[in-house]
Design a protein around this ligand. Structure first.
Ligand code: S3P
Length: 166
C-alpha cells in the first residue's frame, strides 16, 4: 500500500480544488479519480453513465481506485459516489481518508446547473442521495472536516493539522 491521502465527500464539496492545493503545499502528487477514468477510458463520465450505466462506472471506479492507492506520496480526489461500493470503503478506511463535510444547500447551489454530473437531478432527489451517503462518508473516513464558511487555504491547513496526528 502506497502513502496516500484520499479526499471524499458529496458532489461539489471541492475535493478537486482542495486536493490540488493540498498536493501543492505538501509537494506530493495529485490524482483526480474521475479524470483518471476519463483519460483511461477515453470517454466522459456523462457518456460512460449514458452508454454503459452506473454499475459499469462503479466497477471502473473500484479498479482505478485500487490502482492509484498504490502510488507513493499521492493525494487522491475521489468522485462523490466512491463510497457506494463497499469494497471501496474497505480500501479507503485503511488510508488517510478525509471527509469534506458541507451543508446540503451550499452543495446544491454549486452543482444544480452542472450538466457534466449525471446524478444531478431535482433538489429532493439529490437531497435524499446526500442524506443516505452521510453514513458511508463517515464509515470510510478517519478525519471529518466541517467545511462551511472556510476557504480552500483554511481547509488545506486544517487537513494538515489532522494528518500530523494520524
Ligand atoms: C458522482 C460524483 C461525480 C462522478 C460521477 C458520480 C456521484 O464526481 O464521479 O458523476 O455518484 O456522486 P464529483 O463528486 O467530483 O462530482
Amino acid at each position: 500500500m502506497g502513502e496516500t491521502i484520499c479526499l471524499i465527500g458529496f458532489m461539489g464539496s471541492g475535493k478537486t480544488t482542495v486536493g490540488e492545493a493540498l498536493a501543492k503545499k505538501m509537494g506530493w502528487n495529485w490524482v483526480d479519480l474521475d479524470a483518471e477514468i476519463v483519460k483511461g477510458e477515453k470517454n466522459s463520465i456523462a457518456n460512460i453513465f449514458a452508454e454503459k450505466g452506473e454499475g459499469y462506472f462503479r466497477r471502473l471506479e473500484t479498479q482505478y481506485l485500487s490502482k492509484v492507492l498504490e502510488e507513493p506520496k499521492t493525494i487522491i480526489s475521489t468522485g462523490g459516489g466512491v463510497v457506494v461500493t463497499p469494497e471501496n470503503i474497505e480500501m479507503l478506511v485503511k488510508n488517510n481518508t478525509v471527509y469534506l463535510n458541507w451543508e446540503f444547500d451550499t452543495l446544491y447551489e454549486r452543482i444544480a446547473s452542472d450538466k457534466a454530473r449525471p446524478l444531478v437531478t431535482s433538489y429532493e432527489e439529490v437531497h435524499a442521495r446526500y442524506k443516505s451517503r452521510q453514513v458511508l462518508y463517515e464509515a470510510a473516513s478517519k478525519i471529518r472536516i466541517l467545511c462551511e464558511n472556510k476557504s480552500v487555504i483554511q481547509l488545506v491547513d486544517e487537513i494538515l493539522e489532522h494528518i500530523k496526528i494520524v
